[in-house]
Design a protein around this ligand. Structure first.
Ligand code: TTP
Length: 221
C-alpha cells in the first residue's frame, strides 16, 4: 500500500495536465521526454558524459541581441529562459532544457563573433586579461514550472602572441562560439587560471544541470 501510494505520488508530479488524472496506480512513474532546446553539439556531448541522452533535440531560433546596457549574466539568464520558453511552446508535454553561454569582460559582452575581424577584436580584449564565462540554464516542466541557474567561471588567458592569434583565426575554432574561442581546443593552452566549472565554459555546467534534472525527477538521486 505504501509502495502504491509512492508510485502514485511520483506519477502525479506530471499529472497536472488535462486527461492525465486517471494514471494507473500500479504503473511505474512516467518520465516526460527530455527535449534539449539547442543546436550546440557541445551541449549534447556534455550531457552524454553524465549519461543523459535527450529524447529530442529541438534547436530554437531567438533574437540573441543584448538589450541596451544589459549585463552579461542577465543576458545569459534571459536567453536561456527565452530558448526554453520557445521550445516549451513547441513541445508542451516535454521536460525542456535550454542554455546560453556568454563571455563577459567587465560590463562588455562577447557573444559569437560575426566574422574574423570581430574574433580578432575579442582575442585582443581577452589577451592577458581576466574574464568571466556565464551560462544560464533553464528547465521547464510540462506544467510550466521553471527552474533556473546562472553559473560563472573566471578565467585568465596568458598574453597572446601575434602568431597565436593568427593561427587561431586561420582555424575554424573561433566560429559559432561565445568569445571566439573554445576552452576545449587550443584556448586550453592559453589558460593560466580557471576558477569554477570547466563544463560551464564549454556551454553546460554539468553539476548544476544534473541538480536541475534530479529536482525535476528526471534523473534518479
Ligand atoms: C567560451 C566557449 C563557448 N563555447 C560555445 C558554447 C555554446 O555552444 C556557444 C555559445 O553560444 P550559445 O548561443 O550559448 O549556444 P549555441 O548558439 O551554440 O547553441 P544553442 O543556442 O542552439 O543552444 O559557445 C565553447 O564551445 N567553448 C568555449 O570555450
Amino acid at each position: 500500500m505504501v509502495c502504491a501510494r509512492a508510485a502514485f505520488a511520483a506519477s502525479a508530479r506530471y499529472a497536472g495536465r488535462p486527461g492525465s488524472s486517471n494514471v494507473a496506480v500500479h504503473s511505474p512513474p512516467e518520465r516526460p521526454p527530455l527535449v534539449l532546446a539547442s543546436a550546440s553539439p557541445r551541449r549534447r556531448e556534455l550531457l552524454a558524459r553524465i549519461g543523459v541522452t535527450p529524447d529530442r533535440v529541438l534547436p530554437v531560433d531567438i533574437d540573441e541581441t543584448p538589450r541596451k546596457a544589459e549585463l552579461p549574466r542577465l543576458l545569459a539568464a534571459r536567453l536561456a529562459r527565452e530558448k526554453a520558453e520557445a521550445a516549451h511552446a513547441a513541445a508542451p508535454d516535454a521536460l525542456v532544457l535550454a542554455a546560453d553561454t556568454v563571455v563577459g569582460v567587465g560590463r562588455r559582452i562577447l557573444g559569437k563573433p560575426a566574422d574574423a575581424t570581430e574574433a580578432r577584436r575579442f582575442l585582443d580584449l581577452l589577451s592577458g586579461r581576466r574574464h568571466r564565462v556565464m551560462t544560464g540554464i533553464c528547465l521547464i516542466r510540462p506544467d510550466g514550472k521553471r527552474s533556473e541557474r546562472l553559473v560563472t567561471t573566471i578565467l585568465a588567458f596568458q598574453r597572446l602572441t601575434e602568431a597565436q592569434i593568427a593561427q587561431h583565426l586561420d582555424s575554424d575554432e573561433w566560429q559559432g562560439v561565445a568569445g571566439g574561442y573554445q576552452i576545449q581546443k587550443r584556448a586550453e593552452a592559453w589558460t593560466r587560471f580557471l576558477s569554477g566549472s570547466h563544463s560551464n565554459v564549454v556551454g553546460l555546467p554539468l553539476f548544476e544541470t544534473a541538480q536541475l534534472l534530479r529536482g525535476a525527477g528526471w534523473l534518479r538521486p
